[in-house]
Design a protein around this ligand. Structure first.
Ligand code: NAD
Length: 329
């Protein structure tokens, strides 16, 4: 069976090659992102393996199906980028990796909180320049602070457990409350109440039509003044231009982003020798109380290994007529 991995980076090649070593799967790596222009590269490949910024709307799916593809194996949990209705119409099966390491993403959210709070990004630069002063580096104790978790599935729960360990009070918002959160002492509230009370708000819900721009000018105005917002979910959970106004007024005190609404054209590539064309991102990068990472929350050895294992299992099960982790067929 011929399999083509789009958007593959060297770390994908390492983890997939290791897992594939003893199988007869014929794996090929393609660094290009999947778009309607690159879809013909998959001609003759029965399986296309795609990541989060690959395009899987109906035009692309039609081109893939015409080229002989029968399975889309996502290397991600999120599937907001896939037109599942079109896939089903074209007879394309779609499988995903529902969980690989909730800890990887939860721990990265905590890393952003710690770095923003204790100004590690500024301290790092300062000491390297021989400046050993402390002005502007004052943080706050996490112990006793109120943390709001939006989306309390696997990652939200893993995040909440860490914050409970710091001695934080937990608030939660999710249409389906998780008993494990209640066991941690979390209180479920409506969104405006959570936003008004939490000093730190962290987003862990999927991107859907209900959650698109969940954080916007109105919800930012409802925040506890000077609160910290962390987004490791999906970029479009937040109306990004609205963040700039909230940061300028001080209403938003700290911002940590691992995802960005327009990231598909930017992330996972070295663009350091080109002028940054995205003015919103460029403005965000000027604030001293903003840290942006380029969708790296998933990037741990454990998560990469689990992604490769589950993806190849998904492919083998589908080929055997017993599909698992199926989104469309
Ligand atoms: P999950 O399905 O276990 O949990 C998602 C939770 O969100 C569920 O409890 C669900 O009820 C809740 N939810 C759904 N709609 C909601 C709404 N309108 N408001 C509040 N909560 C809502 O998923 P997970 O494994 O915890 O992953 C969460 C998200 O994290 C994924 O959908 C993906 O977008 C993102 N993610 C990011 C990275 C990264 O590298 N940055 C990696 C993996 C996942």
């Amino acid at each position: 069976m011929r399999i083509l991995l789009f958007s593959s980076q060297h770390y994908d090649q390492e983890s997939f090659s290791q897992v594939c070593r003893d199988s007869d799967l014929d794996l090929h790596y393609q660094s290009a992102r999947l778009t309607v222009d690159t879809a013909p590269l998959a001609d003759g490949y029965e399986v296309v393996c795609a990541f989060i910024n690959d395009e899987l709307h109906s035009d692309v799916l039609e081109r893939l199906a015409a080229g002989g593809t029968r399975l889309i194996a996502l290397r991600s949990a999120g599937y907001n980028h896939v037109d599942l209705v079109a896939a089903a119409r074209l007879g394309l099966a779609v499988v995903r990796v529902p969980a690989y390491s909730p800890h990887a993403v939860a721990e990265h959210a905590v890393a952003l909180i710690m770095a923003l709070n204790r100004r590690l990004h500024r301290a790092y630069n300062r000491t390297r320049e021989g400046d050993f002063t402390l002005h502007g580096l004052t943080g706050f104790d996490l112990h006793g602070k109120t943390v709001g978790v939006i989306g309390t599935g696997q990652i939200g729960l893993a995040f909440a457990r860490i914050m409970a360990g710091f001695g934080c009070q937990l608030l939660a918002y999710d249409p389906y409350p998780n008993p494990a959160m209640l066991a941690l002492g979390a209180r479920y509230l409506e969104l405006p109440e959570l936003l008004a009370q939490a000093r730190i708000v962290s987003l862990h819900c999927p991107l859907t039509e209900h959650t698109r721009h969940l954080i916007n000018a109105q919800s930012l105005a409802a925040l506890h003044p000077g609160a910290m917002l962390i987004n490791t979910g999906r970029g479009a959970l937040v109306d990004t231009p609205a963040l700039i106004d909230a940061l300028k007024s001080g209403q938003l005190g700290y911002l940590g982003l691992d995802v960005y609404e327009e990231e598909a054209q930017l992330f996972f590539e070295d663009r350091s020798d080109q002028p940054l064309q995205d003015d919103v991102l460029a403005r965000l990068l000027t604030f001293p109380n903003v840290i942006i990472t380029a969708h790296q929350a998933f990037l741990t050895h454990e998560a990469l290994q689990a992604i490769a294992n589950t993806t190849l299992d998904n492919i083998i099960c589908w080929a055997a007529g017993k599909p698992q982790n199926l989104l469309a067929s």
